[in-house]
Design a protein around this ligand. Sequence first.
Ligand SMILES: [Zn+2]
Length: 77
Amino acid sequence: MIELPVEWVLAVPLFAGLILLFAGAVYYAWRWDAGRADHGRPFIYQCSACGRVYLNRRQIPMLSCPRCGNLNPAARR
Ligand SMILES: [Zn+2]
């Protein structure tokens, strides 16, 4: 069996977590930049059930209402 220093029991999960956190931050920053570069203006949706108006920057033709969950088409860009 391989002998490991006692500190590694704490250090290895800590560094693995930090690496995962960093990778996640890079991934979401990249996605956010890509979304902004391709679609500067958001889609506008109006809920047909509760009337709430909401925006989304991703190109999704149908999006559920954040208030009541009803699926609505994009009104305009
Ligand atoms: Zn709604």
